[in-house]
Design a protein around this ligand. Sequence first.
Ligand SMILES: *[C@@H]1O[C@H](CO)[C@@H](O)[C@H](O)[C@H]1NC(C)=O
Ligand SMILES: *[C@@H]1O[C@H](CO)[C@@H](O)[C@H](O)[C@H]1NC(C)=O
Ligand SMILES: *[C@@H]1O[C@H](CO)[C@@H](O)[C@H](O)[C@H]1NC(C)=O
Ligand SMILES: *[C@@H]1O[C@H](CO)[C@@H](O)[C@H](O)[C@H]1NC(C)=O
Length: 591
Amino acid sequence: MSSWTVMFGVLVIACCAISTSAWPETSDCSIRAKTEAGWVCGTRRVGDFGLLYASFRGVPYAKQPLGDLRFKELQPPEPWEGFLDTTNEGPICPQQDPLYKRLMQPSGVSEACIHANIHVPVADLPWYSHGRPARGLVPPHEAGFDDDILGISSGLPIVVFIHGGGFAFGSGDADVYGPEFLVSKRVIVITFNYRLNVFGFLSLNSTSVPGNNGLRDMVTLLRWVRRNARSFGGDPYDVTLAGQSAGASSAHLLSLSPAAEGLFKRVWLMSGVGLPIYFTTSPAFAQTAATAFLTAMNINSTDPEEIHQILVEAPLEKIMEANSIMLDMFGLYTFTPVVESSHPGVTTIIDEDPDVLVARGRGKQIPLVVGFTNVECESFRKRFDQINFISQVKANPLLVVSPHLLLTKPPTVLPSIANEIQDKYFNGTINLDNTVKLCTDQYFKYPAFRLASMRSKTGGAPMYLYQFSYDDVNSVLKEGWDISYTGAAHIEDMTYVLRTNSIVGNESLYATLENEGLMKDWMTMLFTNYVQTGNPNRNDDGFVGYWLPVNKHQIRYQDICKPGESYGLKLTDNSLDTKRFFDSIFDKVTG
Ligand SMILES: *[C@@H]1O[C@H](CO)[C@@H](O)[C@H](O)[C@H]1NC(C)=O
Ligand SMILES: *[C@@H]1O[C@H](CO)[C@@H](O)[C@H](O)[C@H]1NC(C)=O
Ligand SMILES: *[C@@H]1O[C@H](CO)[C@@H](O)[C@H](O)[C@H]1NC(C)=O
Ligand SMILES: *[C@@H]1O[C@H](CO)[C@@H](O)[C@H](O)[C@H]1NC(C)=O
């Protein structure tokens, strides 16, 4: 035994003798981290390429919003003694799921759903060891977390990924948001649950129920990440905020919010932006939705404080029944983010119409990647059928108009807008094919083009635009939902960056099907490059298909159609036509 080993051993013993109370016996748990509320004990799991990662699941990032706290802004987690078992994700938030189906495999449902899942390469976990701390001798909070004391660099970049689900359903679980691909590239992956539907987005335009609680939860999570990242080996100042669908819209909305300023460095949006188009931030809609909900709840009061009290005392089942009625009415969402009036003691998240904010340059200092898939709404085809969308449109032609226009344009212009859309997309006969096409263009492609165009005018940090069009016959969605189409639908780009464990399981399809593995490698590389450097391109910038940001002259996008084969494209004529058409509709009459 060398003298160094002896000295080191002595040092460890001396250290532990001093701080045993704050530092539980190391033999209790080797995959551990200390959060501000107490120690957590996770598990070692197998990532991509067989690399091990430490997984902390179901870590409370706030006090659970139970009882009187039901609609309140989240409060700090209550401290605990010893190790908290964080080997399982715990319950997802109360919801009805009209979309994910087989993709989601939750272990339970409860309002006590406010938790984060933190995934870290094992070797980068500061306190990983088989009996001694690997990268430092002093527990983070006692040490004040001085990098010099720990002898580590600034830590790994962090991806905070916001799950989708129309602000009404979904969860951050690894069934859909598996970290395996990214964590093996030395990126910390954090997913989480936030309050959904009634609990997250009902607005009574009052101090007690101001709306946007779900977004406020996201800000709480981001602040938690800022304070706790180092304990997990992460750099709290290098956070990429990403999301898919409503999660992407949320990420973009947070990039426009003073409440989230400085909490992340860059943003990646998959199939969703904050411009209100498939949803609306109109307070008038929030009011309509609230009224419909209160009617379904059989609540007659008009006093917000009295309503709040009734809702706090209402049984969960009754609230979820009313939510279900709303979901049938609106299809894929119930309540949405809203422009808030300011209320005393409430952190305002959205202070004005996001469209106006973007045009004014709010958030333009934050780099963006914005993506859409080429046949987005194939993912909703079954749902359109289920809610009889076609008969609904026949009965009420205005349903083809974006919810935001319905609420913000003068009612007199709406029929002519509906006519223009029907003429262009239906040619006399509405069917599921042209419904899917209209939905894809109006709710996903156009918003991405509109944002690109606005950003190119305001200038600021680079914005990279992509279309994901990889036609994968064995895609996770086609397998999981037993559907078929040509191209890539909503959610599919994400499945090559986050692993859909519910479908792929641990006998990875990706391992057996070479092409799928290559696409996963390609998308994961682009994503990881961006997270690590702010630029999605490989370092060898000479290669064919170099992805350029949009600029004043061109709203160009990268078409990601095959692994390793993307082409830097301008907008095609067809896309230009889509943009021109909806620009004329959205900007025609200022409501
Ligand atoms: C919301 O409340 C504020 C006062 O707190 C009021 O000025 C505003 O008009 C209300 N908005 C709606 C849509 O009722
Ligand atoms: C609400 O009003 C209706 C009729 O106006 C009445 O039948 C009902 O009992 C009232 N509900 C409650 C909870 O007060
Ligand atoms: C529209 O429908 C008519 C027949 O109803 C057909 O002749 C025409 O080609 C269609 N136009 C387009 C653009 O599909
Ligand atoms: C795969 O799943 C099986 C059954 O759920 C489990 O026993 C096994 O440990 C898993 N393997 C890996 C590598 O995670």
